[in-house]
Design a protein around this ligand. Sequence first.
Ligand code: NAD
Length: 303
Amino acid sequence: MRIHVNDPLDKNAMEKLKASGYEVTEGHLSKEDLIKEIPNIDVLVVRSATKVTADIIEAGTNLKIIARAGTGLDNVDVEKAKEKGIKVLNTPGANGISVAELAIGLMISCARHIAKGTMDLKEGKWTKKELKGHELYKRTVGIIGFGNIGREVAKRLLAFDMEVLAYDPFVKETELNVKIVDLDTLFSNSDIITVHVPLTPETKHLINKNSIEKMKDGVIIINAARGGVVDEEALYEALISGKVYSAGLDVFEIEPPTDELRKKLLELPNVVVTPHIGASTFEAQLRVGQIIVDKILEEIKKL
Ligand code: NAD
């Protein structure tokens, strides 16, 4: 039984995996190298850097388990794995608090120009007069996708005394002090909109030219879910026109965001960005690493 860890796992989790007695190898193999090596791998462990595509799975003649240390499975061809009888594991919920905290960080930075103030001051510019912002207190936040992360965001924003609206086609009620509304009600009533949905055909470009038109003037948009949920071209236009006050983005449709459109987007002063670090905390990676290792060892026992 050989377990290959293709994207780095937490140190403690690696130690536990190595202590299991199975052969454990680690190190990032490019797609080409992985296709060559995959016939010798029984368990492939990835985070988000490795795309486990159909051709990799097809070449994995001994592959039994694909373990994704994280939530989203959009980097794994789950259908192909199912077809080949390969078990796919992930760690839903394990990094939710980290992502929720980052989304709120982006929100506050957007509302209070923290990133712009930092950049200006570092360049020696005292832009105090230009950087008047907004409070979160008593303002309305609309959460699209009321799963694990959406709920963690809601709990924290209720402590800011915000009015919290949520839209999720699979959630009809909640014990939290949150109003479950339809999407148009959320769009037209929210001062801040934050998305926490998986990327699916239904959620692709959920935030687009049309939906932005339905929003309040001066809305703040946060995407710490997946690039592609927000149509970044439409967002760019709306940031230029002032329809959108500012946007906080941890994820992009193209990562790293180096193409022309995203370069222009990043240059806007009212955009706050981070390089897909929602789950990148010591605490979340420890949790994710331990859970995925336990799941792998449990699953191997069943083989
Ligand atoms: P989750 O499955 O607990 O919640 C997702 C929610 O979205 C579910 O309640 C689902 O019903 C809802 N949903 C599905 N389709 C919808 C639609 N069309 N409209 C509205 N709601 C819809 O997942 P989670 O743990 O809360 O994670 C949410 C997303 O956050 C993940 O799918 C992933 O893409 C993203 N994420 C990002 C990072 C990061 O590093 N920035 C890290 C982890 C997760």
